[in-house]
Design a protein around this ligand. Structure first.
Ligand SMILES: [Zn+2]
Length: 426
């Protein structure tokens, strides 16, 4: 059975009945994944309007917390900003759960761990890039309070709402996207915790910063091949990538252990990047696979696997020929052997087989028995394109699909999924 992501505004603005009617039309969805805390994402992304929201055309996420819990009381040293709607009495998760009662759905709240509007001792918790600048709205997995904060918040959420399984997302270092494209976000973290952690492992952080500086200069000079070669080949960069991966794995290991000691019935699922990109953001499937019975990744081919590839390429170069060279170097860095021009990518995305390719890699990197969900893009595309991508995902090595997302999807896309499943529940 598949699942679908919901945002708080879907539940509050449309009401659970409208949601269940549309989701019911899909004939194949049994899991609902309501978001506990938002990121700084435009809904829908990157343009357009919410097609069936009766209240608002566009919602800009502000990184706030949407459950009726006192995050500051639960974790005074580091806590997430409560959304103003909660202070006015809204409780999207409670509304959804109440409406479901005996309906045949499982609810898995979806939580963004390291990206959002946080308060408290941010000096100790923030992500710092190689040039010493703060990467806004990101927490470092090596920060001192992050595990305690999420242990307290998730254990309290489980007690209050009765949910036992959570989908953990944003468990990584920043990429280049955000409110504005910033390639330097990728070149982090150099907070005091990371710098001392790298020093303990014998990584020369001075040499690392110098290497990242020269890569940035090469990108500025539009020497994309050389820059990306250094990013994948240099020894100090490889040590740094291993440090990033070990930092994220250790963070999730500590969080899962700490939650289990609080309540052994709590289960964590992981939302990861597709294997082609995961390594550079600090996600090591082979270590993370020990911690969760299920994982989701998002090989939605139309938008380049969830990454803002177009935003990055356009930020690196203005001229069409330069953009083409940057795109070809990008494909090489991430091991994508697709004969694809940048123009064709902008028009059609990655080829459909990207979905099967990334699911094959995710399966090979996972433990036997791990339930793998393939993320399926459900907005900004024609129903025929959705049907093709869904068919590819269902035929791949993944076990099932998670749709992203309810609020952004046009009416005819719900019907298209329903037609795929022939009017019967899978
Ligand atoms: Zn750090």
């Amino acid at each position: 059975m598949g699942g679908i992501h919901l945002h708080p505004h879907d539940i509050l603005d449309e009401g659970p009945a409208a949601i269940l009617e549309r989701v019911g039309k899909m004939n194949s969805v049994q899991l609902l994944l309501p978001e506990m805390n938002t990121i700084f994402e435009r809904n829908p992304y990157p343009s357009g309007v919410l097609p069936h929201n009766p209240v608002r055309g566009v919602v800009q996420g502000t990184g706030t917390f949407h459950l009726r819990l006192d995050t500051r009381e639960l974790s005074p040293r580091l806590y997430q900003t409560i959304d103003p709607s909660v202070e006015q009495g809204a409780d999207s998760l409670a509304r959804l759960l109440e409406a479901l009662e005996d309906a045949p759905y499982s609810v898995v709240p979806w939580v963004n761990l390291l990206n959002g509007s946080f308060e408290g001792d941010l000096e100790a918790s923030r992500v710092v890039d190689f040039s010493g600048r703060t990467v806004q709205h990101w927490l470092c997995p090596n920060g001192p309070y992050v595990v305690d904060m999420w242990t307290n918040v998730l254990a309290a959420a489980s007690r209050q709402y009765g949910c036992k399984t959570f989908l953990l997302d944003r468990l990584r270092f920043p990429d280049w996207a955000g409110e504005r494209v910033n390639p330097n976000g990728l070149f982090s973290c150099f907070c005091p915790n990371c710098v001392s952690g790298m020093a303990r492992l014998g990584i020369d952080t001075g040499a690392l910063k110098a290497e990242l500086c020269s890569i940035t200069s090469l990108l500025g000079e539009k020497k994309f091949d050389e820059a990306f070669l250094r990013l994948s080949g240099s020894a100090v960069i490889q040590s740094w990538v291993r440090f990033k991966q070990s930092s994220v794995s250790s963070f999730i290991e500590r969080l899962v252990a700490s939650l289990r000691s609080r309540d052994p019935s709590i289960v964590c699922w992981l939302d990861l990047w597709p294997p082609c990109y995961a390594w550079i953001l600090g996600q090591d499937y082979t270590r993370l696979r020990e911690l969760a019975p299920a994982l989701k990744h998002f090989p939605y081919h139309k938008l380049g696997g969830g990454a803002d590839v177009q935003g990055l390429i356009d930020s690196l170069a203005a001229e069409p020929e330069d953009r083409e060279r940057a795109f070809q170097a990008f494909l090489k860095l991430f091991g994508m052997n697709y004969p694809l021009s940048y123009e064709a990518f902008r028009r059609d995305g990655f080829p459909l087989r990207f979905v099967a390719d990334e699911n094959r890699k995710a399966r090979a990197l996972s433990k036997p028995g791990t339930r793998i969900f393939s993320g399926v893009q459900m907005w900004n595309l024609h129903p025929d394109e959705l049907t093709l991508a869904l068919g590819e995902a269902l035929a791949s090595d993944a076990d099932d699909v998670l749709y992203y997302c309810y609020g952004w999807a046009d009416e005819d896309l719900f019907d298209a999924v329903g037609a795929m499943f022939g009017g019967k529940r899978r």
